[in-house]
Design a protein around this ligand. Sequence first.
Ligand code: 1GP
Length: 252
Amino acid sequence: HTLYDQFAERKKLGRKSFTVLIDPDKVDTPKLDKLVNLSVNAGVDYFFLGGSLVINNNLDECIQQIKQNCDIPVILFPGSPSQVSKYADALLYLSLISGRNPELLIGQHVISAPFVKKSGLEIMSTGYMVIDGGAPTTVSYISNATPIPSDKSEIAMCTAMAGEMLGMKLIYMDAGSGAKRPISEAMIENVSRYIESPLIIGGGIVTPEKAYLNCKAGADVIVVGNAIEKDTSLIKEMSDAVHQLSTAGSVS
Ligand code: 1GP
C-alpha cells in the first residue's frame, strides 16, 4: 500500500486529512519534539516537510528526529530539487502548472531526475497551483511566475483538469505560506467538482473554521504551517475541525 493509495482511498471514503507543514529552518530540537508530540495527540495525518528556502540544511536530521518519535508519515514538499531526503516516506513531485516558468514546469525535474529516482522515495506526481494570496508570498516571488488571480475560479478549474489529464495524481492549490488571504471556498468548490484526484489546500489558513469550510467545499487535505508555528494549541483545534467533517460524512 503506497501513501498515494491511502490518499485516494481516503478521498473515496470522504475522509479528510490534516497535515502539519514543518519548515526545517524554523524548528530546533526541543521545538520539533513538542510539535511532534502535540501532533500525535491531535491525530495529525501527515507531515509535509520543506520550504522555499534552505538556510540551515538540516532536513535529514529533522526527519530522523520525527521518525524516532512517531509513525506519522513524512512527505517532502520541496522548494527546490536539493530538498530530497531518503529518510522521508514520499515526495510531492511538484510541477508548477499555474505558472509559465519552464524551469519549474519541467526543467529542474530533468536535471534532478536520476538523483530523485535513486532516492527510492515514493514519488507523488503533483500539479502545484499557486493562487494569489493578496500580497506577494515567498513562493510567488521565488517561482518567478504569476499566481492565478484569487477570483478566477475557472482558470484554476481548467488548470487542475489539465494537470489531471496530463497524469498528475494530486492537485495542490496553495495561496503561499503566510498568505494574507487563503483560497476561497468558491474556488475550492469549483475545482473539486471537476477533478477526481485528491485536492490539497494550503496557505494562510489560520482558523479551524476556515479549515472546516475548506473541507466542506471539497478539499481533501488541509495544510497548515505558519499559524501553528505561532500558536501550537491550534494543532488540536485544526485537526478536530478537519476530522469533524469525516465523522459527520460517514454518519449521514
Ligand atoms: C504553504 O500551504 C502551505 O506552502 C501552508 O501555508 O504556512 O500559511 O499555513 P501556511
